[in-house]
Design a protein around this ligand. Sequence first.
Ligand code: SAM
Length: 363
Amino acid sequence: MDAARGDDSSNLPRNLVFKPIGIIATLAALRNICSGFSLVGRICSAAPLHDLRSPALLPILHSMSSSSSSDSTPLSVHLPVLMREVLRALDPQPGQIIVDGTAGGGGHSREILKRIGDTGTLIGLDRDPMMLQLAAQKVQGDNVHLIHASYALLPQVLQDLGIAQVDGILLDLGLSSDQLADRQRGFGFAAEGPLDLRFDTSAGEPAWQLLERLNEEELATIFKEFGEERFASQIAARIVETRKRKPILTAQDLTAVVTAAVTSKRSDRQPATRVFQALRIAANEELGQLEVFLKSHLQDFLKTGGRGAIISFHSLEDRLVKNAFRDKHRFRLLTPKPVIPAAVEQRANPRSRSAKLRAVERL
Ligand SMILES: C[S@@+](CC[C@H](N)C(=O)[O-])C[C@H]1O[C@@H](n2cnc3c(N)ncnc32)[C@H](O)[C@@H]1O
């Protein structure tokens, strides 16, 4: 594992300040965030959602000095998607408080900060401390809070900052090009490091361990529910058969197993695409976190007239967003149809092709 990206803050550069701000959660409690899904309900334990303060704890929230990025930190290579459209939807104004719930490399955050100015407040969250280091290179100032936390923990984050409600919230879901490019974390098909796939390596179970621990039926369910993978059963069977002989530890190992199991060879896509997506969603409990956010946080923590904007990258996420935004009692829909990148952006940044932006105003 790349120590600079690990979970131990002692490995981080000295000028990074990680300051616990009071919220701690167990893996078990976080897992319950996803218990609304039949599959995860079986894999995860069943304690209630609000049980985020149990004793056997991992510190997961840290506040980080916004000017704390090391000189040696490389610049983010991620190209923020739908920038103009996001700014139009959020419409950030001087003096406003805006949450970037998935700060990533700080691309969107930087433009938001320019608009809210010195009198505004930017709160940038990310589950991946490495991404916060990158974001800290782009957004700095006393009015910037970069915090190691999931957006699912927004209530606790705002409470610790003494903020009741905000003017805008952005989520740009999924993973960044910086994470994809890190060959030690398993996000890319050819990565040679351990198949981890977690945004936050201090919480949850790495994907290689899921591949080792889950039975054939559970694996097939993950591939079906989180990847909509047509060959889910064949792939699960091949994994179980392979792991009897040798463990599947890297992205390369998994890609080889899936390629061997899939009978139809579509030339336009790597056959393991959906399996990687499914495992990443499972390892990070991504849909459960999004559900919690959509069910309560967006309504509870946006001021009346505040804006929420969410960019999703696959149909499972988009479906949840679309359904939540339809609620006419809570929101005014600003995007009757999802906003997609213009052809020129899609050409310049092929990763933007599957992006869909939806936005609402809080009533
Ligand atoms: C597509 S990138 C965001 C890029 C960012 N908008 C930019 O312009 O650089 C998504 C980021 O969300 C983070 N992330 C994923 N799930 C999260 C969650 N539940 N809470 C906070 N951050 C999350 C990932 O670690 C990743 O850095």
